[in-house]
Design a protein around this ligand. Structure first.
Ligand code: URA
Length: 249
């Protein structure tokens, strides 16, 4: 592909904008161990996954698809058009929000949403097939939540959540795949479905109010310990596969 096309696929704007970036000397390529500015938008490049380049002095790497992990902070909406709170997408650099896509939505999208006040692990990608697989109800990816409640819980609540509770708009019971009482007001809950407000509604069915909710794991991918609220980083394909895998027994 040409250098212009590479920048276009990575979200740096229209093909015309990308050609302009190159012609104005904003793009540098690695030659041996030196960064050299390149002003030819039609230069043929053969990027492998991770191929390095710079735009306006910032380092980037070519990725055919973007796979990211974000530590969602409280007070953010998982929507491209938020109604009340800032969007999680505002935490990402513009090229990741602008990567061209065959679908109507541009850029990376969250694989399943979290509520405004929920914190923790979010995976984002522009790989539509991956989003479809991971969010399909037939694909039971286990998600682990740390749940804080207003009132102390006892063992009977754990039993009820494991046996199944009925949500008011749905006659078939939903059960937790795993549930552990960590402290009197702290439950670790594993769900394999992703129904609307599922954790809060399951706890409400047992008479409890959720006061804090944090997703700590998807499949075998824990929220990276070094990722502070609001921070994101690239995931490797292996990490993404881990997010997609059943929990180890
Ligand atoms: N369940 C909820 O109630 N809220 C979330 O954000 C995620 C799961």
């Amino acid at each position: 592909m040409t250098l212009q096309e590479l920048l276009f696929t990575q979200g740096f704007g229209t093909r015309r904008v990308c050609a302009g970036l190159v012609q104005q000397g904003h793009v540098a390529l690695l030659e041996g161990d030196r960064w050299v500015s390149c002003d030819d938008p039609w230069l043929e490049v053969r990027p492998d996954e991770g191929w390095p380049y710079r735009v306006q002095g910032l380092p980037w790497a070519y990725h055919r698809h973007a796979y990211l992990v974000l530590h969602k902070p409280a007070g953010t909406e998982c929507s491209q058009r938020p109604s009340t709170w800032p969007s999680i997408y505002s935490l990402l650099p513009a090229p990741l929000r602008q990567r061209p896509n065959k679908s109507a939505v541009q850029g990376v999208q969250a694989v399943g949403r979290l509520d405004q006040d929920t914190t923790g692990l979010l995976v984002l990608t522009d790989d539509g097939a991956m989003i479809h697989r991971m969010t399909s109800p037939r694909h039971h990816v286990p998600k682990v939540y740390e749940v804080g409640t207003a009132q102390p819980l006892d063992a009977s609540v754990v039993t009820r959540l494991l046996q199944g509770v009925v949500l008011h708009d749905d006659p078939s019971p939903v059960r937790a795949a795993a549930c552990e009482l960590i402290a009197p007001q702290h439950l670790r809950l594993t769900l394999t479905e992703g129904k609307y407000h599922q954790v809060k509604r399951m706890l409400a069915a047992t008479g409890h109010e959720v006061v804090s909710l944090h997703r700590s794991r998807m499949g075998q991918l824990p929220l990276p310990a070094d990722l502070l609220p609001g921070q994101w980083r690239w995931l490797s394909a292996q990490e993404l596969a881990a997010a997609n895998s059943p929990l180890a027994a």
